[in-house]
Design a protein around this ligand. Sequence first.
Ligand SMILES: [Fe+2]
Length: 462
Amino acid sequence: MTGSTDCRGVPLSTDDPVLIAELERIHEDSLAMRGDPVADVARLLRRQPDFVFALCFKAGMLTQSMETRVYPDLVAAVEAAEALWARANDRERGHIRAVRAWVEGDFHGAVQHWDGVLVENPRDLLALQLVHLTGVLLGDITNQRDCVARVFPAWDESVPGYGYVLGYYAFGLEEMRDFSRAEECGRRALALNHKDAYAIHAVAHVMEMQGRQGAGIHFLRERAPDWAPGNFSNHLWWHLSLFHLDLDQVDAVLRIYDDQLRAADPSGDRYQELDAAALLWRLTLLGVDVGSRWTALADKWAHAATDTLYAFNDVHAMMTFVADGRMDLAHTLLTANERYVEHAGDANVAMSRIIGIPFCKALCAFARGDYASTVATLMPLRYRTHRLGGSHAQRDILNWTLVEAALRAGQYPLGLALANERLGQKPTSPQNWRLRARALDGMGRQTECSQALAKAQSLLAA
Ligand SMILES: [Fe+2]
């Protein structure tokens, strides 16, 4: 077998330096979250259809989209790679096994194969990228950090791509609530490459979790020229809007929504639609009239009502349907999911059964004003929400819905307990103090209510 290595010394079965350099450039685009790496590698593969690792790269990238519309391309890439098994090296075979596991619905098995590749090849940046990002998709919080920790000593500034490794480590540490190390790693990554959108994102997460709203707004706005042109911009706009929302700057939030999260393209961008739904739902919980925005978003989500591919998508689709009064679509989504968990055997079944379907039912109850049912459904879920995937910041929507439902149901002692819990984590949040004030008001504890409102006001004034 012929072969060579990439710029990090990781073996490849091809020995054409031009092909290797071109794939490296495409991979760099995916790490930097810019351009269209899947389209670029497809073009490369049309020229060189037997480039095994390019097929592994294409299939690996496609696993991350969690959309049914990419599945034919994903399966075709896996099958093309399998047809080249004899010429593939051991590392590439590990990647092929991983994407095969993925198309068979064994997402956790895929991670095990990529992790296995990393044991032998700790500088395999594609395997590390896919393990880390799949950890985010599946809510496997510990491995988001530890996949980097296991290989970290094999990396330093002399190895191309080191900054991206720091960015992954930063996010994994943040999700494990190791905030100071997370921010240090994120800022080290940014010192190497100030345009690293994932490292910017990791630092923004630290600020979100620590309730540093003003600093978060300054950090993201100051760096907008670095991240706004890239493929991750909608999510970073969403993060910026969260800081504004906590400070009750609703006009700024709506401006971000209208300018950045409301693409005119009806074919849609799923990641943008997720952020859009997550933002509008938070505004709805605050009682903000968002006009016709839900209707336009529901039109985009409508075709996904029967996808049953990823519970995280389904709960955001459900928020959109119930908020827009599209109860027919809400019913279709629930029915499709209930049928799916009865008959399917993929990794998303557990996510849907444990979190996705109950959360969807709780959202339906919330929409029809049955807040007591929302509380009863969400209370047992709250410490299992990581099974839904995403980040702490994204999954906070469940706990925020729960406390809002408790207050609207008149369950003020529970509302107070939940507001106190939120304040324990983020005492600088004016919205958390307002939740506490509403609970105290409901309990007739007016002096404490006034104190809580004054605290919210003082934080807003600061
Ligand atoms: Fe995020």
